[in-house]
Design a protein around this ligand. Structure first.
Ligand code: HEM
Length: 407
């Protein structure tokens, strides 16, 4: 008989399971934060550019400038959990990617195209006129494709019993997982989460403008927090739909079947609702920063809880065919120490690079050159004021709050 899952590597898992799982949860949570900022940021950049008002276009331009940074971190922090997924679930992950080989391999080209689109948007914003929104929308669609294929792969790998027949039915590598009832709610949940996280980012960077540009900053806080709140409210419903579509053995896990899974579910839900309430209160607050910071922290905890839930669900659904906890382990401590050292050095190097980017923006501002004035990660917080800006804030009609980038 042909086994439904190829046999595991003869080499045992090279680190204790708790360590690999902890690292998987941590690095995948970071991947999700940056992925959400990139995917949701591209959508918000498109919508704001297409709205056409100066203040909308200012937010759009700043989001566009943020995308190449967040994209780089999305990919880097995608590679790390991929290593752990390969080590822990290799036979399942690779089988699923073979069934989906064509759309999965196309991800590389799609990511490169999206990257080009982002750089064009970030660097040549002023040259595109009405095409800015369309280009940002194309970037969003390309990234959405990557997310959709990933959801297909990571749901398909949970059904090893279908691998063999699916392959024989169509060996061409085009097996999208449309038969999976959780596919749509799972994808939509990720999509709306991306809009929510990007919206909260816009609101947060709006608070940094409050001191020097109170009216524009206030509008930005309100605008970003509204996107966050609307997407989160919708996501509460979509999350419920996803939960109901999960097979019973998975659902029971969150209803007391496992203390950790149930705890993650309850804490995640409470933190999600708290993040929503804090952002809504922040919309009309005179000092929204502490409330938005509370919202950001609560949302971060929600993401971590959802990552834990998602991983525990995977193990529960795979259990009859594959029990990761029963796999032999033989820790290679030297390799683990080397990995952890390089990991810490890599994070330190990233922080250093971001600081350099920030310093460069500050120096640009002090020389009187144009700096990013919106929600970009490179926003130095220093802004040049023109007479028109000040006039516009007092209610003047002709002021361009977001003058075009002369570069
Ligand atoms: C910007 C483009 C990307 C988007 C929009 C994206 C989106 C997603 C989504 C939606 C999921 C969850 C799928 C699910 O569970 O249903 C996911 C998981 C994952 N992504 Fe990304 N991703 C992107 C880029 C990457 C890259 C470049 C890599 C690696 C090289 C990567 C590695 C992973 C891994 C390993 C997981 C699953 C982790 C686990 O199962 O614990 N992603 N991604």
């Amino acid at each position: 008989m042909i086994p439904s899952i190829p046999p595991l590597d003869p080499i045992p898992i090279p680190a204790p399971l708790w360590l690999l799982k902890g690292l998987l949860w941590m690095t995948f949570s970071i991947h999700l934060v940056f992925m959400n900022l990139t995917l949701g940021g591209a959508l918000l950049a498109a919508v704001h550019a297409l709205r056409g008002k100066d203040r909308d276009r200012g937010v759009s331009r700043s989001l566009a400038r943020m995308l190449p940074y967040t994209m780089a971190f999305t990919i880097t922090f995608g590679v790390v959990p991929l290593l752990f997924v390969q080590v822990l679930y290799g036979p399942l992950f690779y089988s699923a990617t073979i069934l989906l080989a064509t759309p999965f391999l196309a991800i590389i080209g799609v990511l490169v195209a999206a990257y080009y689109g982002m750089y064009l948007l970030a660097r040549k914003w002023t040259s595109y006129g009405v095409w800015q929104g369309i280009l940002a929308a194309m970037v969003f669609l390309l990234l959405g494709y990557v997310g959709f294929v990933n959801v297909n792969v990571f749901t398909l790998m949970l059904s090893p019993d279908r691998f063999h027949d699916a392959y024989l039915a169509s060996p061409g590598g085009l097996q999208l997982n449309f038969a999976e009832p959780t596919l749509l709610p799972r994808f939509l949940h990720m999509l709306f989460a991306a809009v929510a996280v990007a919206g909260l980012g816009v609101a947060y960077f709006g608070t940094r403008r409050l001191k020097l540009e109170p009216e524009a900053g206030r509008w930005q806080v309100k605008n970003g927090a509204t996107w966050f709140a609307a997407a989160t409210i919708l996501n509460l419903g979509i999350g419920g739909w996803w939960l109901m579509a999960i097979p019973q053995e998975g659902l029971l896990l969150f209803m007391g079947g496992s203390t950790l899974a149930t705890g993650a579910f309850v804490v995640g839900l409470l933190c999600g609702v708290s993040a929503l309430v804090l952002a809504l209160v922040g919309i009309n607050s005179v000092k929204p920063l502490p409330l938005l910071m509370g919202s950001i922290h609560a949302l971060t905890l929600t993401i971590v809880c959802m990552v834990i839930m998602r991983d525990m669900l995977r193990d529960a659904l795979l259990k009859p065919a594959f029990d990761v906890h029963a796999q032999p382990t033989a820790p290679q401590w030297v390799a683990i120490a080397l990995f952890l050292t390089l990991f810490v050095v890599g994070i330190a190097a990233s922080v250093w690079l971001l600081r350099l980017a920030r310093k460069a923006a500050k120096e640009k501002a002090s020389r009187g050159e144009e700096v990013n004035r919106g929600p970009g990660l490179t926003d130095s917080g220093l802004h040049i004021f023109s007479a028109e800006d000040s006039q516009a804030m007092r209610g003047g009609s002709s002021g361009d709050l977001f003058p075009r980038n002369p570069t």
